[in-house]
Ligand binder design. Structure first.
Ligand code: AMP
Ligand code: MG
Ligand code: ZN
Length: 395
């Protein structure tokens, strides 16, 4: 993997490790024994490769501190952020014939945009549904909102702006293929689209279980769906800022204030259901329909929300459904992030979660389990109860 120069090597060189998720060849001395005793016989090439990609505990602790600060004060000004220049290469990547491909190359876009793929892609996708003209969205506010999203992501190995852009892209693909965009109110569609880039905002690169175990302030504020509540709350706080109020086009309408409240709630409802611990709940709702030989009626507002939640969740988990070259890079990124959390747990002196323990060499088995127990059932059930995405989900 990799081999390309990376622009994201931490200037401070925290542990000397590059934080780039996908393309970086920069490696550092891993904070663990490379050929140490105790490595299981099942330790294979994938696991060995992962030994070279890690976020050091000190950097993860910095992300966790930042998470605490985000709780106390709303996101700061973004005046210094400039809109990313759209070069001919970027314009070609964002052209409809490339944008509408399932295997859209996010990694190429990341490189072409100098490591800022999220704001440009999100803007292009919102534009591609004609929403800017239809809703008369204030373009400056939208750009500021998207730039703030881009900035709030940490340079995690997996939960970074490239993942957010990837999820938004996959979600848009599913919506468009199923023509679900035509069933939604334009403002609803706008919020659904924004849920993609919002869904992991401020992710520290460690999971809810560790935040709860460490009694991190974010887990005190949000005892359940810890990070997902935080992601949604950041997105909502930004939306409340006058300079990023993307919904300001509603201000002149008599029901504007109540529409805004309902749309903010929709954003929260979508982001919250990206919590893996709610996967079973989504599956139960979908299966109930399937058992009754029924499909979700997207003309019904409540069922429409369920459909959007299921599809956003599916988009969030969709990397194993991409072509091998793309999938394998995401897999390396997520397993490297998992193992980095395991290193942090060891550093903190708490029990190392087996799935996150690099000395157990579990990269390959965890992938199989993830595919068999989560991905396949989710996509198969979506294909049954959301017939408009049947072809795509079966594919
Ligand atoms: P999120 O953290 O919002 O991206 O939620 C998706 C979750 O799905 C991740 O935290 C992982 O636990 C899991 N996941 C996604 N892709 C993979 C993968 N390729 N292998 C294993 N787990 C994955
Ligand atoms: Mg998440
Ligand atoms: Zn995600």
């Amino acid at each position: 993997m990799g081999g390309l120069a990376c622009r994201r090597v931490e200037p401070t060189g925290v542990g000397g490790v590059c934080a780039c998720a996908m393309t970086c060849a920069a490696v550092a001395t891993p904070p663990f024994p490379q050929n140490g005793p105790g490595l299981r016989p099942s330790f294979d090439g994938v696991d060995l490769l992962l030994l070279h990609r890690a976020t050091p505990p000190a950097q993860l602790l910095q992300h966790m501190d930042k998470l605490g600060r985000e709780l106390q004060s709303p996101p700061s000004e973004t005046e210094s952020d400039a809109w990313v220049e759209e070069t001919p290469e970027v314009a070609a990547l964002l052209a409809p014939e490339s944008l509408n491909l399932w295997d859209f190359d996010l990694i190429k876009l990341d490189q072409a945009t100098g490591g800022k793929p999220l704001a440009l892609l999100a803007f292009a996708l919102i534009q591609s549904f004609g929403l800017i003209e239809r809703l008369k969205i204030d373009v400056d506010k939208l750009k500021k909102y998207l730039l703030a999203f881009e900035r709030l992501y940490n340079p995690c190995l997996y939960h970074n702006p490239i993942h957010a852009a990837d999820v938004m892209h996959a979600f848009c693909f599913l919506l468009r293929k199923g023509k679900l965009d035509l069933e939604l109110e334009p403002e609803e569609l706008l919020i659904a689209l924004l849920a993609g880039p919002a869904h992991d905002l401020g992710h520290p690169g460690v999971n809810n279980a560790l935040l709860i175990k460490q009694k991190h302030p974010v887990s005190v504020r949000f005892p359940t769906s810890v990070l997902e509540n935080h992601h949604a709350s950041l997105a909502e706080q930004l939306l409340e800022r006058p300079d990023m109020d993307v919904l300001s086009f509603l201000d002149t309408k008599p029901d504007g204030p109540s529409r805004k409240v309902a749309l903010r709630q929709l954003l929260k409802d979508l982001v919250l259901y990206t919590d893996m611990s709610l996967h079973g709940k989504i599956m139960d709702t979908l299966k109930e329909k399937e058992d009754g030989a029924a499909t979700l009626d997207v003309k019904e507002p409540a069922e429409r929300v369920v459909a959007l939640q299921a599809l956003l969740h599916a988009a969030d988990l969709s990397n194993p459904c991409k072509k091998w070259e793309i999938h394998i890079q995401w897999t390396h990124a997520i397993v490297a992030e998992f193992f980095s959390q395991g290193d942090l747990e060891r550093h903190l002196g708490v029990d190392v979660t087996p799935m996150l323990d690099r000395t157990l060499g579990c990269g390959r088995t965890s992938q199989k389990g993830f595919f068999v127990h989560f991905i396949r059932p989710l996509f198969i059930t979506c294909a049954k109860v959301l017939p408009f995405v049947q072809d795509t989900c079966e594919m």
